[in-house]
Each structure stands twice: as C-alpha cells, then as structure tokens.
Design a protein around this ligand. Sequence first.
Ligand code: PLP
Ligand code: COI
Length: 355
Amino acid sequence: MEIALVKTAAPKPKPDPATLGFGRVFTDHMFVWDYTQEKGWHDPRIVPYGPLELNPACAVFHYGQAVFEGMKAYRGPDGKILLFRPEQNMARLNRSNARMSIPQFDEELALRAIKELVSLERDWIPTAPGTALYIRPFIIATDNVLGVRPSNTYKFMVILSPVGAYYEEGLNPVSIYVEPHFVRSVRGGTGFAKAAGNYAGSLLAQRNAQAKGHAQVLWLDGIEQKYVEEVGAMNVFFNLGGELITPDLGDSILPGVTRDSILQLLRSWGIPTVERRLAVEEVFQAHDRGELVEAFGCGTAAVVSPIGRLEYRERIIEIGGGKIGALTQKLYHTLTGIQSGVLPDPFGWVVEVES
Ligand code: PLP
Ligand code: COI
C-alpha cells in the first residue's frame, strides 16, 4: 500500500537545541491512517502537522479508548538515521490495541510510515548528546456516539518532537516517593498496555509526590501493596549486593523495550540478573545491611534515571551517596552509544532509516 504525501507549504523554524525540553515542539508533518469497519485500515498518508477537527461526541473524549507508543530516532556520527528496536514498539502497540478493543494494524506498514516520516523530517533530528527525535504513534477511537462500546472507527497517527532530557535533573539521581495508597494498575487491568487512561490515573499520585519534593512515584502492586512495580512511567531495577533485580512481568507492568535491552546487556556482561517479585521492605532491609548498591528507572524517554533517595511511610533512605551508580552509568553509556550509532550493535537492535 502506498503512503500518500502532502508537503507543508509553510515549514517552521527549528528550535534552539539548548532549550528543547521534552515534547514541546513538533515537526512539520504527521502521519494519519483511518479505520472503518468497511474498509479496515485505509488511506495512509503523511500530511502537514496541524489540528484535528473532532465531533464533541467523539468516543475518545468520553471513554478514553486510546493507546500510544514512544520511541526515538537518532542521527549517527556518519549522518545515518537510526531507530532502536522499532518492531518491538509496533508489536506492543498491537498488544495494547487487543486489550483496549482496538483493531489490529499491519505492523510492517506502520513501521514503513514511521521511517518515511522520519526521513522526511530528517533535518529536525537534533545531534547534541542527550537529544533525539521522539516518535509518538497513537490511536484514538473516533465514533460519534455516547454508548459504551468499542468504536467502529479509529485514527492512527504519528507525530514527531525533537527532545532533550526527560527529567530536568538529567542523569543526576532523583528522589522517589514510594506510593502507599494509590496504585497504577491491578491484576486483570490495563497496566501492561500503553493505554492513555493509565497515565491519567497516575497524575494525582505524581503531583502529590512532587509537592513533597520528589521527582516521581514508585508504584507498588495493586493487590497487597507490598511489591515494587514501576517508577513513574519507567521500569525499575535494584542492585542488591551485586545482583540486579527487576519485577517480573505480569499484566500490571508495562514490558519496556529498555528493560528488556538492559536485561540482555547485563546478562552479556555476566552480571547476575533476576526477574522476580521484590517487596519494598526487602529493599529497605538490604539498605540497612549495606547491600542496596544502586537503583534506577529505565525507559525510552530518560533511557536510565538513577534513584538517589527513597521515602516510604516516613522512612527516608539515601542510595549511592547521591551519585550515579557504576552500573547505571555503564548502562546509560552503552545503551545511548548503541542507539546513536557511536558504539557497535552486537545484538542487531539498531534499524537504519534510508534518507
Ligand atoms: N513503564 C511505563 C508505564 C511506560 O510508559 C514506559 C514507557 O514507555 C516504560 C515503562 C518504559 O518502556 P520503554 O522502555 O519501552 O520505553
Ligand atoms: C518513556 O518513554 O520512558 C516514557 O515513560 C514515556 C512517557 C513520556 C509516557
């Protein structure tokens, strides 16, 4: 299937790379693909970036049937445009669709559309260290009816944003509040899907934590509220006495591409790694024994984000003396090096975009 192209007549000036922040400016074009029951996914096209006109009854406004993805394009030292394991994001988006009653799409076509869009917008890819072109595919339900049922029509779109660091703190360790009351997801829920509503439901706890001076929330499981699940919108790792532990995946945890890549890297370095349930009490006990070596969140946006401090039920502990841990630093260096084409890619993770 051909992807149609309508170019903008009014290209925008590029932003100052020093003041990018995260997801505040958008490029000149976007990808749009429509779904109806009669035609399936049809009319894939790249068009000038701009607002959508939607009916106030549009399903996504009322019942939140929406999913998204997050990935990055980097400019290699030789000028090549590189994506990182993009097929994983397409597969996850279809898994999110399945959970949210949104029809499956052709992953190969979606990835081709992303490559064509990124290639068209190649001059928007920033090159300074820590910057990238963030890619945001998303799908919304577009039926104009207030009945609670899956929509019969959808829009799949992709927008692009040149980004800098996700956290203002950059690679400096952040303070994290272990959330004792609110939960992000539950067994049988939607936590493993990148469903828009998961993020809406997380905002109150995040705002409360920020008001207490923390950067993010550490989420506990939704059943016993004892076991560590994720940190903010990232997966989480703890180094307890030289063993790297991350919660095992169930249906309440988002299976991160960064998490999986970190597990593969650690294993290739011969570092003991375990995916298992990890009680927050166990983390605090390891700290008391002097065995809590480092902790970090990981995800596409921040890559890795060291945790320097944890607060749980009036107890506050420091991790790593306010400094980034050695393995955290090595993982950041290696992952961003592979992603940006500076280091070799022994796992075959990087996908080049023809420009
Ligand atoms: N957990 C949540 C809830 C997320 O939204 C994300 C970001 O996509 C992640 C974890 C990390 O996933 P990934 O490494 O694929 O970006
Ligand atoms: C990530 O990419 O790590 C994220 O957490 C995505 C976030 C901006 C929703």
